[in-house]
Design a protein around this ligand. Sequence first.
Ligand code: NCD
Length: 329
Amino acid sequence: MFQMSELMFNDPPHLLQAQQFTPEFLEEAFCLAEDIRHYPHLYSSVLEGEWMAVLFEEPSTRTLGSSWTAAERLGANVFHTEHSAVTSSEVKGESLTRTVKTFTALGYTWFILRRRRAGDMQLAASITRPGQVVINGGDGPSQHPTQAFLDVYTIKREFGDLNQPLHVMLVGDLKNGRTVHSLVYLLSKYRNVKFTFVSTRQMAMKRDIIDYLDRHGHRYVERFDGLLSAMTKNVDVVYLTRAQLERCESPDEQAAWQSEFPLYGMNDEVIGQMGDRTIFMHPLPSNEELPEAYDTHPRARHLQQMENGLWGRMALLTKIQRFRLAHHQ
Ligand code: NCD
């Protein structure tokens, strides 16, 4: 039976949350991603003969496109649905578990899922057969482990050794943004990472993550006083996020967040105060907190994140497949 706390990889090799990664696994996967980036043709049959269902219930451009492209570049046969809540039998009340059973009956072994509800990934994984794989492509406000993987891969490519002191500032909707949740879990695998969380009090980092950092003795500060430009001098990475208005609990919460949001965005004044090596990142999509005009800024890394995501996801799928071949064939 799947144990959430087990190391990467457990048996079966689902990827449901960022806590599963180990630093050793990450190093190997980052090296593999570099190799795939340089020699993609050598990996074009890694998933030959494999059937993958990419079923997304929430909107997506990058994770859907990148997961799908990664799988096809490795030779998999990919079936996908976007907005499955309106285009699949879910409209008629079909459950997630029945959906997984359907694709199992059709011979699919791989599932990359995006769900509205936290907990659905564990539910899907709980009914799979040995050798089948569930990968979390984002579950509501909870987690997004493959995004965190590509984010850390991007940081690694920038700064090299992840065991050196690194100061990472996470900005914006830290309550509902699943990418920052997974990113904190992943980066806290490295002892010298220090976090600064910048948001309103309403959108503060989730308490279970703060408790996790406390329990494991990690360094962090929470700042609720805006003024991003005054805080970025000694920061290596400024990781921006959009306001997840669709996840706000009330119209009042939405209105409050929208009115304060300009404090949590990128602008020339903030950039002007950054240290020599500071970069800024964003999982995208962005709204006013990261205008498109910054796409080509020398400190911007959000376009590289997307590119790294393709090679990174190919590396993740390759490692999972190697595990499957070793344990399930
Ligand atoms: C994010 C997501 O869907 O969680 N985007 C992504 O996958 N790259 C970010 C967001 O929706 O704000």
